[in-house]
Design a protein around this ligand. Structure first.
Ligand code: ZN
Length: 271
């Protein structure tokens, strides 16, 4: 299966032995309604993102409404569904990849294996980061290029201003290409800044953002090379540097509390 590499996290598989990998294999019953390529608007990005997310939701084990993962995410994310003028929705995928992603339509998906290793404060930092990507419209370019790939078009050579409806397998391709895209380091840093501000404004413990990155650094240090990891590593800012950036801001704001040595939990966290 394709690895999910969009956004801040990378892959690991050490915690949820029974969970599935994220599945992007089969085409779903989704057909794109098409969108204009050359005037690729936010509305187009939203529409295509929604199709991709619907596809992924159908092809992955989504935690049900009473699932403890959902209950926990409701507790953390529920009050931020209309954050910063955005309309957001969220779900948990019960998969063993350690990751999370956001789409232009306001969909945020958090993976259960990430929740297993993150405290509530750390998850809030991740949520804030993902909201930052939505707010900053970082996913627009990603979905556009994914769409062009799926439709086997390229912006330079296509003469048509309106793209044909995508068939089912093309929607699958689009979802794959979208998840294979990665944000620039600048976009990641800006989402980190957004996350910090989000934590601070909501009076959450900003040190959670620091320890979240420290955990990612630990995973990357101890990670046996998974395919795709190197690519992720190259395209993402160094986790330790991101942690240090949080620490600097927290110290400046008088919000820094030394968390001590950060370690990876040996049992699944639930709060
Ligand atoms: Zn990110």
């Amino acid at each position: 299966m394709k690895k999910v590499s969009l956004c801040l996290l990378f892959l690991g598989a050490m915690y949820s032995v029974n969970a599935q990998k994220i599945n992007l294999g089969k085409a779903a019953d989704v057909v794109s309604k098409g969108a204009k390529v050359f005037t690729f608007s936010n509305a187009d990005a939203v529409k295509l993102s929604k199709e991709s997310v619907d596809y992924m939701d159908k092809n992955n084990p989504v935690a049900g409404p009473k699932d403890p993962y959902t209950v926990r995410l409701n507790r953390l994310f529920g009050k931020h569904k209309t954050q910063d003028g955005l309309t957001l929705n969220y779900k948990v995928y019960k998969v063993k990849d350690i990751n999370a992603f956001a789409c232009a339509d306001g969909s945020v998906r958090v993976f259960s294996s990430l929740m297993d290793i993150m405290t509530d404060d750390e998850l809030l930092a991740v949520i804030g980061h993902e909201i930052g990507h939505v707010k900053n419209e970082d996913t627009k370019d990603a979905i556009k290029s994914a769409y062009l790939k799926a439709a086997a078009l390229d912006a330079a050579s296509s003469a048509s201003s309106t793209v044909a409806t995508l068939n089912e397998s093309q929607v699958g391709k689009m979802a794959n290409a979208f998840l294979d895209a990665s944000h620039s380091k600048k976009q990641e840093s800006q989402a980190d800044m957004y996350s910090y501000d989000f934590m601070k404004a909501n009076k959450y413990n900003v040190v959670g953002a620091y320890t979240a990155f420290k955990k990612l650094a630990l995973l990357s240090e101890g990670g046996t090379a998974q395919s795709g990891f190197q690519k992720m590593f190259n395209s993402h800012p160094d986790s330790n540097k991101r942690a240090e950036a949080v620490k600097k801001r927290a110290e400046k704001d008088g919000l820094w509390k030394d968390p001590g040595t950060v370690t990876l939990p040996t049992t699944k966290l639930t709060k």
